[in-house]
Design a protein around this ligand. Structure first.
Ligand SMILES: *[C@@H]1O[C@H](CO)[C@@H](O)[C@H](O)[C@H]1NC(C)=O
Ligand SMILES: *[C@@H]1O[C@H](CO)[C@@H](O)[C@H](O)[C@H]1NC(C)=O
Ligand SMILES: *[C@@H]1O[C@H](CO)[C@@H](O)[C@H](O)[C@H]1NC(C)=O
Ligand SMILES: *[C@@H]1O[C@H](CO)[C@@H](O)[C@H](O)[C@H]1NC(C)=O
Ligand SMILES: *[C@@H]1O[C@H](CO)[C@@H](O)[C@H](O)[C@H]1NC(C)=O
Ligand SMILES: *[C@@H]1O[C@H](CO)[C@@H](O)[C@H](O)[C@H]1NC(C)=O
Ligand SMILES: *[C@@H]1O[C@H](CO)[C@@H](O)[C@H](O)[C@H]1NC(C)=O
Ligand SMILES: *[C@@H]1O[C@H](CO)[C@@H](O)[C@H](O)[C@H]1NC(C)=O
Length: 292
């Protein structure tokens, strides 16, 4: 049985009432903030998107665009998920509708002052360096720039992102390098750090810097050449659960680094496929401590 006329009319009136109420209230349920929408569109302008991943980025309400999320209380844009991962199948057959994003990461991104989550992984930024201006996105808690075709130095400006909990700078071909490691000590909330295949040859003091960040739970240095210092002084990394040194080269000094035994929370320590640089006698030690 359908609705009676009067019921329908009542429904329309009610709807209109709610609609007007919401339109009078510039809260999040009706559209994103105009300045943030403009910033997002200008950022899009700098990107090449032949596959049309961002084709929904039209119209007034950027909060309903794909890959974008706004805070439902404030209406501020808080999340941008641009991870474009092709399957091996799609890559092999060069499927044009799955091509990743390319182009330029424009500073207009900084207009998104409340951005907490940014994922640009698996795109193809064609060997350009990670833009230094990303270090000004002060609200970021989650930053994933992995396998996105970046190369060159990792900018120390990322040290300004003191709210970061998660940072992934992993590369596929070791073309990114860490020119200095001191700034990592500034990421005082960091829990997850992935630097797989990042060239660490210029930062032999990496573990010393990270020892100033007791919050770290997961440290992944797979495919890296890591200098393991004989001593760290006081061992701060007591929350560390996972240490992955697999498929890399581990360099130790003349004494066995006993501090590895002081990582009291460690649940997983991987040295699978590692090469041992210095001296043979220690390989028994690492083999013994391999438990994942
Ligand atoms: C309208 O905005 C106020 C804040 O100015 C907020 O407290 C209220 O919940 C909003 N109302 C609706 C229906 O979104
Ligand atoms: C509504 O918009 C006005 C002007 O743009 C702004 O001053 C005010 O803070 C906004 N109110 C809310 C609840 O966002
Ligand atoms: C708003 O966000 C909070 C937490 O972020 C969530 O628990 C809640 O369900 C959301 N409300 C709506 C209407 O989406
Ligand atoms: C994919 O196809 C495009 C255009 O047909 C071509 O320019 C590009 O080089 C191809 N990429 C690969 C990896 O074959
Ligand atoms: C990082 O902080 C330093 C000192 O506060 C400042 O000079 C620098 O410009 C900042 N970098 C960015 C990218 O915000
Ligand atoms: C560390 O953080 C402080 C405060 O946020 C900032 O002033 C300083 O420039 C940062 N240092 C580096 C190396 O990023
Ligand atoms: C790492 O960088 C150094 C120079 O900084 C270079 O000599 C070395 O070949 C690089 N290693 C890899 C695996 O690319
Ligand atoms: C241990 O962590 C604290 C606080 O982050 C820091 O001040 C101290 O220098 C660290 N100790 C060492 C040996 O790095």
């Amino acid at each position: 049985m359908g609705l009676k006329h009067t019921q329908l009319l009542l429904l329309l009136i009610t709807l209109q009432y709610h609609l007007r109420l919401c339109l009078c209230n510039n809260s999040s349920s009706f559209g994103c903030r105009e300045d943030e929408r403009k910033a997002l569109l200008e950022f899009k302008e700098g990107l090449k998107d032949p596959a049309g991943h961002l084709s929904s980025w039209v119209g007034q309400d950027c909060c309903i665009w794909r890959r974008v999320k706004c805070d439902n209380q404030t209406g501020h844009l808080i999340s941008l998920d641009l991870r474009i991962k092709q399957t091996d199948y799609e890559k092999f057959f060069n499927r044009s509708n799955t091509w990743p994003l390319q182009g330029e990461i424009r500073p207009s991104l900084l207009g998104l002052k409340h951005l907490r989550y940014l994922d640009l992984s698996y795109n193809d930024f064609e060997g350009t360096p990670i833009p230094t201006h990303l270090g000004s996105l002060k609200s970021l808690a989650y930053l994933d720039l992995s396998y996105a075709g970046f190369s060159g130095p990792v900018p120390h400006q990322l040290g300004n992102l003191s709210n970061l909990l998660y940072l992934d700078l992993s590369s596929s071909d070791s073309s990114s390098y860490l020119a200095e490691g001191y700034w990592l000590a500034n990421l005082s909330s960091l829990r997850y750090l992935y630097l797989n295949n990042v060239n660490l040859s210029k930062t032999p003091d990496l573990l010393e810097s990270l020892n100033k960040v007791p919050s770290i739970l997961v440290l992944s240095l797979s495919g890296c050449s890591v200098h393991v210092p004989p001593s760290l002084g006081y061992v701060n990394l007591t929350n560390l659960l996972v240490l992955d040194l697999s498929y890399g080269t581990v360099t130790v000094g003349s004494t066995i680094p006993l501090w590895l035994f002081q990582l009291s929370s460690l649940k997983s320590f991987s040295l699978r496929g590692y090469h041992f640089q210095e001296s043979r006698p220690y390989s028994w030690f690492f083999r013994k401590s391999y438990f994942s």
